[in-house]
Design a protein around this ligand. Structure first.
Ligand code: NAD
Length: 355
């Protein structure tokens, strides 16, 4: 199926999840047009040899540029879009919300409009086969208490951070383009991803790399916030399955069935590192420091993915313990990707992140 006629546009294909998706699609033989503006979070190193594959075409395009987005559709005439480009870090959305509204809301609008114009030029079979998969987050549903039921496809939206509000806005636009313009849109909402090639501002890589250099391990509040962790390749499987088998207008929720308190994730990383790279000064957990909580920090996210399992025949294949061990091992090995991110060489400058 993936080597079928026509190309697939992936936006954000130089980011964490997008690069995993592009590696997978290109390996499967799909013709992939990777649309990414290469913000601080975009890194073509994450594609490895895939970057040079004949069926990978990189377009450095900012999705807030309507004319450039339109040009991509006219040039490649894709059969599908998987839209992942976004500003994705909650802390950055608190410090500077503007870019989140521009990229996540306005950028999505430009993609939907360009896809709609393109869709109208297709023949009947092309229009029926076309898909626009809009990739979103469980954070749009708000925050759960410890004892409340998990998010499901009927959960009302209740976004509470600038990041989740901008993603919620983009989800509403995507669904409106289905209902109003009959664009074959599919929306997916996924829980927290982890795995190799994640930029080290996010919890798991930040903790691994900080621990390896003996730095303090900051944990927000009392560490009791709960996230439902999914290995990135399981999310990628879900996206490919939604593209292949999802119904236009459908919503699919992906989760890892792995709810963990932040403090337990951090302790888990420390104990894996105690085995892999014992520290003379004592266990890595000695480096844990509780820091002032993030404003408005959502307490718990958790996904009930039974609908996606039944409708798509999808299921996550990695347990959290195995996925975390693989991820810690990847970051702990001598690693050119980590070195180039740490030095800023991947974008020709030095970054102020604490990695
Ligand atoms: P990321 O921050 O690692 O990557 C985002 C990519 O988008 C980068 O390559 C960046 O250069 C690109 N980008 C940003 N602004 C752009 C613009 N204006 N034009 C073109 N490209 C632009 O993000 P990620 O963690 O890989 O997340 C990808 C998508 O999945 C996002 O839409 C996010 O909301 C969603 N999602 C993420 C998670 C998670 O846990 N990381 C969970 C559920 C959903």
């Amino acid at each position: 199926m993936m080597d079928g006629q026509g190309s697939i546009v992936v936006t954000g294909g130089a980011g964490f999840i997008g690069s995993a998706l592009v590696r997978r699609l290109v390996a499967d033989g799909a013709d992939v047009v990777n649309v990414d503006s290469l913000t601080y979070a975009g890194n073509l190193d994450s594609l490895g040899a895939t970057a040079d594959a004949p069926n990978h075409h990189f377009e450095r395009v900012d999705i807030t540029d309507a004319a450039a987005v339109k040009r991509v559709f006219e040039q490649y005439r894709p059969r599908a879009v998987l839209h992942l480009a976004a500003e994705s870090h909650v802390d950055r959305s608190i410090d500077g919300p503007d870019a989140f509204v521009q990229t996540n809301v306005v950028g999505t609008l430009h993609l939907l409009q360009a896809a709609r114009s393109h869709h109208a030029t297709l023949d009947e079979a092309g229009r029926a086969a076309f898909r626009f998969v809009h990739v979103s987050t469980d954070e749009v549903f708000g925050s759960l208490e410890d004892d409340t039921a998990r998010f499901h496809t009927g959960t009302p939206y209740d976004p509470r951070s600038p990041y989740s509000a901008s993603k919620a806005g983009s989800d509403h636009l995507a669904r409106a383009w289905h209902h109003t313009f009959r664009l074959p849109v599919i929306v997916t909402n996924c829980s927290n991803n982890y795995g190799p090639y994640q930029f080290p501002e996010k919890l798991i890589p930040l903790v691994i790399l900080s621990a390896l250099r003996g730095a303090e391990l900051p944990v927000y509040g009392d560490g009791s916030n709960v996230r439902d962790w999914i290995y990135v390749d399981d999310h990628v499987d879900g996206l490919v399955t939604a593209l292949e088998r999802g119904s236009p207008g459908g919503t699919y929720l992906f989760g890892g069935d792995a709810e963990r308190r932040n403090i337990d994730v951090v302790r888990g990383i420390c104990s894996i590192l105690d085995e892999l790279r014992p520290r003379d000064e004592g266990p890595y957990a000695d480096l844990i420091r509780f820091v002032r909580d993030r404003p408005g920090h959502d307490h718990r996210y958790a996904i009930d993915s039974s609908h996606a399992r039944e409708a798509l025949g999808w299921a996550p294949r990695h347990s959290f313990d195995a996925g975390l061990r693989a991820t810690v091992g990847w970051y702990a090995r001598p690693n050119a990707w980590v070195e180039r991110v740490r030095s800023g060489a991947y974008r020709g400058e030095r970054l102020g992140v604490s990695v």
